[in-house]
Design a protein around this ligand. Structure first.
Ligand code: ADP
Length: 167
């Protein structure tokens, strides 16, 4: 077998601000299916992130350290250019509810137009996490709600530092 043939590489792009147990569940389910899974944090998000790029990458490294075939990286510019650079054949995205579908479909079709050789693969959120988003976690902890079980413990600790006096 040559080095590149049958070597399946997937890129899982996102904001990961911060990683939640929903993201983690997707990584856990996808990592065994591919040779390499690159979790890539989008750098130039026009959203105003709570955590810096470095912090988001650090949290991903902490949480995903047990997965030997998972790599953490960041990127800006076109996702398909980045995926080509990583020699990836797959883009991984998660679908929680119908509300995700429209945006994800639009992105997947645009990416296919830009790079027909790269396939977008959708995985359904785990039942326990289908309501879960980074945004909601930040809102809940910001208002003093309990977020345990929604994010990995190390992420929960960081969120508590960010919102002192809560939890
Ligand atoms: P983006 O800003 O690109 O949507 P996110 O970090 O919010 O970045 O999400 C990255 C990907 O992970 C998206 O495909 C999103 O649908 C998926 N995702 C987010 N939360 C969950 C979850 N709870 N379960 C499954 N997939 C999720």
């Amino acid at each position: 077998m040559s080095e590149t043939s049958n070597h399946l590489v997937a890129v899982y792009p996102g904001s990961f601000d911060p990683i939640t147990n929903g993201h983690l569940d997707l990584v856990e389910r996808c990592a065994p299916l591919v040779d390499r899974l690159v979790v890539a944090v989008l750098r130039n998000a026009h959203k105003n992130p709570l955590f810096s790029l470095e912090e988001r990458v650090e949290m991903l490294r902490e949480v995903l350290q047990p997965f030997p075939n998972v790599e953490i990286d960041s990127f800006d510019g076109l996702l398909v250019d980045y995926a080509r650079h990583k020699k990836a054949q797959l883009l991984l995205r998660g679908i929680r509810a119908i509300s995700d579908y429209e945006y994800e479909l639009q992105m997947a079709l645009m990416n296919r137009r830009l790079a027909p050789e790269i396939e977008t693969m959708f995985m359904m959120a785990g039942e326990a996490y289908s309501f879960l988003s980074s945004k909601l976690v930040k809102e809940v902890i910001g208002l003093g709600g309990n977020i345990s079980g929604l994010v990995p413990p190390s992420v929960e600790a960081r969120l508590k530092q960010r919102f002192p006096g809560v939890g």
